[in-house]
Design a protein. Structure first.
Length: 147
């Protein structure tokens, strides 16, 4: 498309052709290379309050016996193995997007964890871990006296 600085119906945006070309290139290359999700697995969410932190991890296709969860001080680790599904010699994969093989992920938490108060549940492929902050590690309000 040829750029004309003086369009018949007002001024032309000189960058619209560049945006259109970029959109077309993105569409053409969409699907090539590793997906962003494949770079860090399993995906996790954390949310924290003053006294506790909760983690969820997506682990579809596994059971609670396939997952190793450890917590030490400020580190929480998740390990496991996704089995490879063998469809036999006759079958050829058309597309394979689900993870296979071993995974290991360690995340540093914003505070120490009381290892005696950890509760972990696994339901519908989602691991939920609730962890409490130890009493001696919680912030304490200090009273200020007038002099």
């Amino acid at each position: 498309m040829l750029y004309t600085p003086f369009a018949a119906h007002g001024t032309s945006d000189p960058f619209s052709d560049m945006r259109r070309a970029q959109t077309e290139m993105n569409r053409l290359f969409d699907g090539f290379g590793p997906s962003p999700r494949a770079t860090v697995y399993p995906p996790v969410n954390f949310w924290a309050g003053q006294d506790s932190i909760v983690m969820t991890a997506e682990l579809p296709g596994l059971s609670e016996n396939d997952i190793e969860l450890t917590v030490k001080d400020t580190l929480v680790s998740i390990k496991g193995t996704f089995p490879r599904h063998d469809e036999g010699e006759e079958a050829a994969w058309y597309r394979s997007e689900r993870p296979t093989g071993s995974f290991s992920r360690t995340i540093e938490l914003p505070f120490r964890i009381d290892s005696g108060s950890i509760e972990a549940r696994f339901r519908n492929g989602v691991l939920t871990v609730e962890m409490q902050r130890p009493e001696d590690d919680k912030p304490k309000r200090i009273e200020i006296k007038a002099s």
